[in-house]
Design a protein around this ligand. Structure first.
Ligand code: TRP
Length: 364
């Protein structure tokens, strides 16, 4: 049977990507790519969406487009298998967003929990930019303009996919089967849904300075791990430790595999035993942190090295993105032809329409 899946996902270029992005999404994208069970796969840089809350800082977005592209390539996304592109270069996405705006009510947007929190976080309550408020609509266009079936993303993107699904249903109901309902593909490991910051705060964020970046040097990674937040009541090695809110263990949940014990901590058969010892007391934080640091270094080193290689050929990276934009645009443009036809706003490619109108007026 022919492969059916169209996989699509993207990131806002507001900073370099960190290990939260990696376990939440990047790692599984590369796995999906390598499994090869898809008709098409798109990964894009959502620069226009990033501008919705960075409108006065275009330089930041511009700088981070190339950073994110390098992070993608470093993680192993391969432009031969996956179309990598930049959102703003696909004008069809604006057009589709404009049509979708009529299918969504203001109150529906106000209920979107992700937008709600983001409005609060940005202090937009009294003056919300319309573009920011409506970005779930534009995100629905990003997804449907490529007839994506599968959107690998974190839990925070769930409301966006629900919104997109509603728009597709409404569109197809009014205009006939045209667009495809997308499905979110969440990371399977719960620790990966939202990796906390190294300070134990709920989320990694640049402004909190609690991120481990994919491009961090080995020294930086080591320092960050060694100063991570653990359990403030675990003062002496003999004290019983707590796992709840202890981000060293959350990171182990996200990164640790059986083979890591063989390599770096052969005294323990698995993570459960390590946790049990920590909870009983008698296991020091430093030992656990060193173990985590070894695992992270092993995982991040090839990524860092590949990034360095691509950094040697920046014009090549832009050329690759340009080619990706052209490929993406060809797909979106085909879908938009179908959309216009369904919405009856195709006037010039419909000979039957012109003939019928001519006859109607002739017989008057
Ligand atoms: N909202 C996503 C983020 O903040 C980026 C994004 C834009 C996206 N359009 C998308 C993700 C479509 C998946 C599908 O990271």
């Amino acid at each position: 049977m022919a492969k059916q899946q169209v996989i699509l996902t993207g990131d806002r270029p507001t900073g370099r990507l960190h290990i939260g992005h990696y376990v939440g999404s990047l790692r599984s994208r590369v796995e999906l790519q390598n499994e090869g069970d898809y008709k098409q796969m798109f990964v894009f840089i959502a620069d226009a969406q990033a501008l919705t809350d960075n409108i006065d800082n275009p330089e930041k977005v511009r700088q981070n487009v190339i950073e994110v592209a390098l992070d993608y390539l470093a993680c192993g996304l391969d432009p031969k298998q996956v179309t990598l592109f930049i959102q703003s270069q696909i004008p069809e996405l604006c057009e589709l967003s404009f049509y979708f705006m009529d299918l969504v009510s203001v109150s529906r947007l106000q209920r979107n929990p992700t937008v709600k929190t983001e409005i609060q976080m940005r202090g937009f309550e009294s003056s919300i930019p319309v573009g920011f408020f409506t970005y779930p609509i534009s995100q629905a266009a990003d997804i449907t303009a490529f007839r994506a079936t599968t959107v690998p993303a974190g839990e925070d993107q769930k409301p966006m996919i629900e919104q997109a699904t509603e728009i597709v249903r409404r569109f197809n109901h009014i205009y006939g089967e045209t667009l495809v309902e997308p499905q979110i593909k969440l990371p399977s490991n719960a620790a990966c849904l939202r990796l906390p910051g190294t300070d134990g705060k709920a989320k990694m964020s640049k402004s909190l300075g609690n991120c481990i970046y994919l491009a961090d040097t080995a020294d930086e990674v080591q320092k960050k791990v060694m100063s991570m937040y653990t359990d403030p009541t675990h003062i002496h090695v003999s004290d019983p430790g707590h796992l709840e809110g202890n981000c060293v263990f959350t990171y182990l949940d996200a990164f640790c595999k059986a083979e890591h014990f063989e390599r770096y901590l052969p005294d323990y058969p698995n993570l459960d035993e390590l946790k049990a010892h920590y909870t009983r007391g008698g296991l020091g934080d430093m030992k656990v942190k060193r173990f985590l640091a070894n695992i992270l270094q092993e995982e991040l080193e090839p990524i860092r090295n590949r990034r360095k290689e691509f950094e040697q050929d920046i014009p090549g990276v832009y050329a690759m993105l340009k080619a990706g934009c052209e490929t993406a645009r060809a797909t979106a443009s085909g879908v938009l032809d179908d959309v216009r036809r369904a919405m009856k706003i195709n006037y010039f490619d419909d000979a039957a329409l012109i003939a019928a109108q001519a006859e109607r007026f002739a017989s008057k």
